[in-house]
Design a binder for this molecule. Structure first.
Ligand code: FAD
Length: 436
């Protein structure tokens, strides 16, 4: 089936023109689409929700949408293993896991992404004991460049599995993903303003004591909004936010008012400093208990561009101090908060948390305000701190610079050479970050 192409990404900073768009409805159909495209000499690029800020999902060949390949293939409440089709959107997963009494271990800020797209760029949430979504993957069904359908996991072709579970869309098309899930749990959320100096002095203790810790620092202020979430059993008493409070904070203040503030700041940059001071205070303290996806995921309706860096946890204080100095020195007016999250070390080949407990520092810019100078300057701060950029967010590094930051980079390229020697899945962005 051919449908209209989503030839732009969520942030609206990338546009491309596929030759055609295919939306296969079965794995056999998907394999036939790949084979046929190759016979015609066309490149292929799977796409999820187009939520990457980079053109990593762009193609001038066949754009493969997996929107018709969603849902559960099989699930097991005992083992917690659930196999989902690759196009399943994260927002549908809580409902799909409910009959098994299971939850995903962790989630990021939003749930619009497809599971295959999310794991392919190393999407993560926060938590000192938890890795990104790819660390929950236990098996994959792939369609390779020759149209073959292959199952891989830690026993069956482990190298292919390691490469593809955080594969940048460069290894094969993920038709299905088996996730290790957990018995359903609730989260006890505590959110409150904390001064930046106090936050930096106590953040590591907080991360060690609480399951999911993050904070937002508002540039031009010395304030942060701190969020901590701790797990409770699934049958604990829910104490959700009232509808009115949830709407006021998460919809009205965080989206409607914030959009006005960003527009005002764009028209009159001098207004950004007072707006930041108000923003830092407006989102006040709150405490509630709710389902994990409800607590972790929010709606982001204000369009922005983002660059996010993983650094060793110990480098967090220096990174934030330098970003603060940078913004002051350059006299920039930045209306978006800087977001800080955490991740446990893992051993995935292209994981930004490979081999080290990591802090993530994300900078954002309103979509109608230039971002490149700010993001390039932040990159210069992050590089000497062993920074690794998020694979789905903006950065200016190439394969030569990235390879030295990942001890298993060459192993990844070797798998790519084996399964996609003709670079059927490549595009300009992958040539930049992985090489030709
Ligand atoms: C508002 C917003 C909030 C975000 N929040 C977070 C966050 O909290 N944490 C975080 O880490 N990131 C976050 N991101 C980044 C986002 O999670 C990643 O960019 C993710 O890859 C997007 O998923 P997608 O389904 O849109 O994938 P796409 O952007 O469509 O594709 C990403 C990559 O996956 C590949 N791909 C897609 N489907 C398949 C498939 N079936 N088989 C093989 N490869 C495939 C594509 O080819 C491409 O290389 C956010 C992005 C936005 C816009």
């Amino acid at each position: 089936m051919t449908v209209l192409s989503p030839a732009t990404n969520w942030a609206g900073n990338e546009h491309w023109a596929p030759t055609e768009v295919a939306t296969p409805a079965s794995v056999a159909d998907l394999a036939a689409t790949v084979r046929e495209a190759r016979e015609r000499g066309l490149r292929i690029k799977p796409i999820g929700a187009a939520h990457s800020f980079t053109p990593i999902a762009a193609t001038d060949g066949v754009q493969l949408s997996l929107d018709a390949l969603g849902g559960v293939v099989r699930g097991d409440a005992e083992t917690g293993l659930v196999t989902l089709r690759g196009g399943t959107r994260l927002r549908d997963i809580p409902r799909l896991l409910a009959p098994y009494g299971l939850n995903m271990t962790n989630l990021g800020d939003i749930d619009a992404q497809s599971i295959a797209g999310a794991i392919s760029t190393g999407t993560h949430g926060t938590g000192g004991r938890f890795g990104g979504l790819s660390t929950q993957v236990r098996g994959l069904t792939l369609v390779l460049a020759d149209g073959s359908i292959v199952d891989c996991d830690a026993e069956r072709d482990p190298d292919l599995f390691e490469a593809a579970r955080l594969g940048l869309g460069a290894i094969g098309v993920i038709a299905a993903v088996t996730l290790q899930c957990e018995p359903a749990f609730l989260l006890h959320a505590v959110e409150r303003p904390v001064p930046l100096d106090e936050m930096l002095a106590t953040v590591h203790e907080r991360v060690d004591e609480h399951d999911h810790v993050e904070f937002f620092w508002f540039p031009h202020t010395s304030g942060t909004l701190y969020k901590q979430n701790d797990r409770l059993p699934g049958d604990a008493l829910r104490k959700p936010l009232s509808r009115g409070r949830a709407w006021w904070d998460d919809e009205f203040l965080s989206n409607t008012v914030f959009a006005w503030a960003c527009e005002l700041g764009r028209a009159a940059p001098a207004a950004i400093r007072p707006i930041a001071a108000v923003s830092a205070r407006a989102l006040g303290a709150r405490e509630y208990i709710d389902r994990s996806a409800t607590v972790l995921c929010t709606q982001r309706r204000v369009r922005f561009r983002e660059s996010e860096w993983s650094i060793p946890r110990a480098a967090l204080g220096e990174a934030l101090t330098e970003i603060r100095r940078l913004i002051e020195r350059r006299g920039w007016r930045i209306s978006f908060p800087v977001e800080v999250r955490m991740s446990a070390a893992d051993d995935l080949w292209l994981s930004t948390a490979h081999g080290r407990d990591s802090a993530y520092v994300a900078v954002h810019q309103y979509h109608r305000t230039p971002h490149e100078e700010y993001f390039r300057a932040v990159q210069e701060i992050m590089l000497p701190l062993e920074g690794r950029p998020h694979w789905g967010k903006l950065h200016y590094l190439d394969a030569a610079e990235l390879s030295g930051r990942y001890p298993r980079f060459q192993d990844f390229l070797a798998v790519r050479d084996r399964v996609d020697p003709d670079r059927a899945f490549s595009n300009a962005h992958l040539r930049q970050v992985l090489g030709a």
